[in-house]
Design a protein around this ligand. Structure first.
Ligand SMILES: *Cc1c(COP(=O)(O)O)cnc(C)c1O
Length: 347
């Protein structure tokens, strides 16, 4: 049986055309700054965002953590949504790699707005850590693939500047957001000091991420990348995949979004499936299962028997994606507790 794999937008495989671009890539030693294909990708992405510079990185985790280290020193604190990737899915990296404390906040759909942030900047007092950085995520992952309205990012940005904070955007799925909103990368970039993007999610590359910002910040970030083990040599083969994806795979994200809407409409009809969002903005479909009917793991098993793979996380299912939101302690899989459980204080 041919399986349709909707567990994640990371399970893509490079297309024959992408493999050919990788095969034919001109390469050099990138740690020496001599890989022409990496240099071309970095210039191209910086230009796309209207920024001075960009640094190729191994993964979204690496580029996010390069930003945390860039903006903060040990003992500092960053403000972030409680469902964000940086604080839930990066193995405790802010603490482990940068000595940074994470202050998690709540906000609608995985997004933060000024009222969620106000009053959370600590005063200058030797008792307190220094609040240094605010991180947003666009699109939101656990938030359900939501797209930040540009004005909301601008509001948060203005507030952060006034509060003396640096601003980082985890844009692992930023191209999904831009395609869905019909927005320009440059407008988003004006709201942040640094942005990370990923090539290995919906864009279909095997590897690759990028941090974007000012020339001075990216020079520091390059040093941090080396410190974090991300200095690559003939990385042009990977950069070539990213260049190919930017040219051929961005516009087609709209197909993914349409498919996700079709999928959600189908799930809505199924008995026992609840909480399918009325509006699917991008490529992620999260829903819950009526605990009287079954668990997310059981549902995923039944789907698998019918040739479709979805990802049960706790009690939530996501399809690109996963398939079951935690029902306050009724997670089928307590090894990965969902933010709902956590917020409800379920042990
Ligand atoms: C996938 C993802 C990342 C990066 O993950 P890597 O696997 O390290 O590339 C970062 N942020 C968000 C929101 C993500 O979904």
């Amino acid at each position: 049986m041919r399986l349709i794999d909707l567990r994640s937008d990371t399970v893509t495989r490079p297309t024959p055309a992408m493999r050919r671009a990788m095969f034919e890539a001109e390469v050099g030693d990138d740690v020496m700054g001599e890989d022409p294909t990496v240099n071309r990708l970095e210039r191209q992405v910086a230009e796309l965002f209207g920024c001075e510079a960009a640094v190729f990185a191994c993964s979204g985790t690496q580029s996010n953590q390069m930003a945390v280290r860039l903006h903060c020193i040990p003992g500092d604190e960053l403000l972030i949504h409680e469902s964000s990737h940086i604080c839930n899915f990066e193995a405790g990296a802010p603490a482990a790699l940068s000595g940074v404390t994470v202050r998690t906040l709540n906000g609608h759909g995985g997004m933060l707005d000024v009222p969620d942030l106000e009053g959370r900047v600590r005063v200058n007092d030797q008792h307190f850590c220094r609040t240094r950085l605010v991180c947003l995520e666009n699109t939101t992952n656990l938030g359900g693939g939501r797209v930040y309205p540009l004005q909301q990012m601008q509001r948060v940005s203005d507030w952060a500047v006034a509060a003396g904070l640096k601003r980082h955007l985890d844009g692992a799925r930023l191209f999904n957001a831009l395609v869905a909103a019909g927005a320009q990368a440059v407008e988003t970039a004006r709201c942040f000091d640094t942005i990370s993007i990923c090539f290995s999610k919906g864009l279909g590359c095997p590897v690759g991420s990028m941090l974007i910002g000012s020339a001075a910040d990216m020079a520091k970030a390059r040093r941090i990348r080396k410190l974090f083990g991300g200095g690559l040599r003939q990385a042009g083969m990977l950069a070539a995949a990213a260049i190919h994806a930017l040219q051929h795979h961005v516009d087609r994200l709209a197909d993914d979004h349409r498919h996700a809407q079709q999928l959600a409409a189908g799930f809505q009809q199924l008995p026992g499936v609840i909480g399918v969002p009325a509006a699917i903005e991008t490529n992620l479909v999260f829903f819950e299962l009526d605990p009287e009917v079954g668990t997310a793991v059981q549902f995923a098993g039944a789907m698998r028997d019918r040739g479709v793979l979805i990802g049960p996380m706790g009690g939530t299912a996501r399809a690109t994606g996963d398939s079951s939101r935690c029902r306050r302690g009724r997670c089928a899989d307590h090894s990965l507790r969902c933010t709902g459980c956590t917020a409800a204080g379920v042990p």
